[in-house]
Write a protein that binds this ligand. Structure first.
Ligand code: AMP
Ligand code: MN
Ligand code: MN
Ligand code: MN
Length: 285
């Protein structure tokens, strides 16, 4: 029998994924994943539809979000699981995050024009559906506009030449601190996990956040090799944190998409994480 996978990190068209909820659920089923979470950047727009579609297929979808915090001038991604998508506090917070993303997309578009590689911002904004659509504009969306305009061959070239951290068209996000984000997730009835600590390269932050109510660490991720996974499992154990994991799938043919259906969270860690999420009192988060 094919191995059953638990994958708690993937994206849809509500942020920078290329799959709609229905396309994603079809791929989840085909890939042998039975439990998954849509963790879009700064939006819970796709959670309800994906959960409904998953239920019809006998799959379990856990409500989630990947919130961008800012720390020492760098983006820190904090995953929120079991959040109440209707929480007014969370909604207000995410609305502000997406508004800043819109400001930043415009600023990046201006920079690209100055660099002689303009993108069709009107088409991008139309596809994003306006400020009330619930869709978050993330850098891969801008990268795809550069491909569509014929300035680069593929998304990775757009990052390498213009959009990567510190690149000529990179514009930083303005946002809350990681500790504040952990607090907001708790207020929305959820538990927080620090996303992909490997590429983040801010290990000192893990202990600081553990003291601020962080519940888990994303030890299993497509950008973690065996050594990195082992290192973060050790750190999680030492700090008494639960463990999460997922592929960070953004759609077929996107970066790291070959990890889909392979990289995931072993059942024993999932069971422990769910037990911890159930017993963490909202006041202690
Ligand atoms: P944003 O939240 O708008 O800053 O976009 C972050 C997203 O861009 C990540 O979740 C990845 O999907 C993608 N990304 C970030 N850095 C790179 C890179 N160097 N190459 C390719 N994709 C990247
Ligand atoms: Mn992304
Ligand atoms: Mn991330
Ligand atoms: Mn992600």
């Amino acid at each position: 029998m094919r191995e059953q996978v638990i994958d708690l990190h993937m994206h849809t068209t509500a942020s920078d994924g290329t799959c709609s909820p229905s396309e994603l659920v079809a791929r989840v089923r085909q890939s042998g994943i039975h439990t998954f979470a849509v963790a879009d950047h700064d939006t819970v727009e796709a959670v309800r539809e994906t959960t409904e579609l998953a239920g019809r297929e006998g799959l379990t979808c856990i409500p989630a979000v990947e919130i961008t915090a800012v720390y020492e001038g760098k983006d820190v991604h904090v995953l929120g699981y079991f959040v109440d998508s209707d929480s007014p506090t969370l909604r207000r917070f995410l609305d502000a995050g997406r508004a800043d993303r819109l400001r930043r997309a415009r600023a990046m578009s201006d920079r690209l024009a100055e660099l002689g590689v303009p993108i069709d911002m009107d088409a991008l904004l139309e596809a994003a559906g306006g400020p009330n659509s619930g869709k978050a504009i993330a850098r891969p969306v801008v990268a795809r506009a550069l491909v569509a305009a014929g300035h680069v061959q593929h998304v990775q070239e757009a990052f390498d030449r213009y959009l990567a951290d510190g690149g000529p068209a990179y514009v930083a996000r303005i946002g809350a601190s990681p500790a504040d984000v952990v607090g907001i997730i708790g207020e929305a009835g959820g538990v927080a996990s620090l996303a992909h600590p490997g590429p983040l390269r801010k290990d000192a932050l893990i202990e600081a956040l553990a003291a601020e109510g962080l519940t888990a660490l994303e030890c299993f991720h497509s950008e973690h090799d065996e050594a990195a996974t082992g290192k973060y499992l050790e750190i999680a154990r030492g700090l008494g944190l639960a463990v999460t994991g997922g592929s960070d799938f953004h759609g077929p043919g996107t970066r790291r998409s070959e990890s889909f259906g392979k990289v995931g969270l072993p059942q024993q860690y999932f069971d422990d994480f769910v037990a911890r999420a159930r017993t963490t009192p909202a006041t202690a988060r």
